[in-house]
Design a protein around this ligand. Structure first.
Ligand code: TYD
Ligand code: MG
Length: 460
């Protein structure tokens, strides 16, 4: 194939859209100053073959497709294994994104320390921190290990040659935005550099069956910095989230070729690093205020687990200007809709009230099953009547105010029972379905088919 001449185009680092000339704002995703010059130089041959594409194979009977049962090893961290789909897959590339200071480097250093304890040699490539800083962090995490080799280097070609000679059992690149290939023009972190660097490293890892962990920076709006193609080149994309004011950290898979994408791992950041949290519900409810209005507990589905979360709301009369809706942890639009419903169906004058909503501990409730809890919390805040402290709420609320069934009601009820909750307000249909189930014998089940009946079911 004839070499294509390199030409200058412009690419949005947030969404990957391309433009023939520079624009200050991406017309596709609306991001400001996210469009960067990008010289479309062909990738080096080493990198080229790892850009995903269709291989030249014709149609194959499904039964003759070989199942990719890859070898997995435990990361020695249960919560990380869970998010990865049951362990680290040989030859897989995992991108870990998250805000600065959230704990990405800590997580990956802990991973290598754990592997070291099992006698596996690993490599930690740092383009950001000095070897001394890494040593200090390792000491804090319980002691450095001779099994971990540290390399402070940003030239990807030299990194690959070290990988060749060391042949580690796993490697961490912290971060992919700091690495460069001398073959390609541009500073570290530019679209073409990130693409080239990642392609070379991922290619090497795949060829050798070595698990590779790439740390990725996150832009102001929370997207992974660098070209979208980075997400396509790796097998797994994990986001490390949390509120820096809180010790809880949530590791979420947003893409996973080797497992489910809705698993989350929960950690607590302590003085000696990250500790996996076995019972997240207990953690998130530990500081629940007693007898406070506006606070409701709802069982939320996170992958295969149910986590009980506390939804907190505050409403305050607002007589001038447009009322505020300050929301975190739940969808803002959902709050608007449910507030309008409460106005319409129950006559709560929320249209002239400020509404504040948050989920305690920095958790996110993104499923519709959280609707009923949110509605109950708003009612409780507005009427200034605390709900019964041992009651949980779950159910989807429709636009007619009807309460609809949600997935896995039994698991939600069981988790609540385990933590000492004695009463549940849930969709009427599902309350009928599970009534009489032995395991829930001591639990009072209150079925509601519409939010109109909720006022009488709040308890407390
Ligand atoms: P770090 O892993 O450097 O974050 P990232 O690589 O995502 O930028 O984490 C840094 C933060 O974590 C820092 O604020 C200190 C805190 N921390 C602890 O609280 N305990 C610990 O044991 C360690 C190592 C860090
Ligand atoms: Mg770091």
């Amino acid at each position: 194939m004839a070499k294509t001449k390199s030409k200058t185009i412009y690419e949005c680092t947030a969404c990957g859209s391309r433009f023939p000339k520079w624009v200050g704002r991406c017309t596709e995703c609306g991001g400001w100053s996210s469009v960067e010059e990008f010289r479309e130089t062909p990738l080096s041959p080493a990198a080229e073959r790892w850009i995903p594409g269709e291989e030249g194979v014709g149609p194959t009977p499904l039964t003759s497709v070989e199942v990719d049962e890859r070898e997995r090893v435990s990361s020695t961290m249960e919560e990380l294994d869970r998010v990865l789909g049951g362990g680290v897959v040989a030859g897989s590339a995992v991108l870990v994104g998250g805000d600065p200071g959230i704990g990405k480097s800590t997580l990956l250093l802990q991973l290598l320390l754990g592997l070291g304890e099992e006698g596996r040699s690993t490599l930690y490539v740092s383009g950001e921190e000095s070897a001394k800083q890494l040593r200090m962090r390792a000491e804090r995490l319980g002691g450095a290990s001779e099994k971990i080799k540290v390399l402070t280097e940003i030239d990807v070609e030299r990194i690959v040659s070290v990988l060749e000679s060391e042949n580690p059992a796993a490697a961490v690149m912290d971060s992919v935005q700091t690495l460069v290939s001398p073959e390609i023009q541009g500073a570290p972190g530019t679209v073409s550099q990130v693409r080239e660097v990642a392609a070379q490293l991922v290619g090497w890892a795949k060829g050798r069956g070595m698990p590779l962990f790439l740390v990725g920076h996150v832009t102001k709006d929370g997207a992974l910095a660098g070209p979208r193609v980075l997400e396509h080149m790796v097998d797994t994309v994990l986001y490390f989230e949390g509120d820096k004011g809180h010790p809880y950290r949530i590791l979420r898979a947003v893409k996973n070729r080797f497992g489910s994408t809705n698993e989350v791992g929960v950690f607590e950041m302590g003085a000696k690093g990250l500790i996996g949290v076995k019972n997240p519900s207990e953690l998130f409810l530990a500081e629940r205020p007693e007898g406070a209005s506006g606070s409701i507990v709802s069982p939320s589905l996170e992958g295969s687990r149910v986590i009980l979360v506390e939804i907190q709301t505050l409403t305050a009369p607002q007589n001038y200007g447009s009322p505020q809706r300050t929301v975190s942890g739940v969808d803002r639009n959902r709050v608007q809709i449910l507030a309008a419903l409460l106005d319409r169906r129950l006559g709560l004058a929320l249209a002239n009230h400020d509404i504040f909503v948050s989920v305690a501990g920095g958790m996110q409730v993104n499923e519709p099953a959280g609707d009923l809890g949110l509605v109950a919390a708003l009612i409780s805040a507005y009427t200034d009547r605390p709900a019964d402290a041992k009651t949980i709420f779950f159910g989807e609320v429709g636009l007619a105010g009807e309460v609809r069934g949600v997935s896995r009601p039994m698991d939600r009820l069981k988790e609540a029972k385990k933590l000492g909750y004695t009463r549940a307000v849930l969709p009427a249909r599902q309350a009928r379905e599970v009534s009489g189930v032995k395991e829930l014998a001591e639990m009072e089940l209150v079925g509601v088919d519409s939010i109109d009946k909720l006022l009488d079911s709040m308890g407390g």
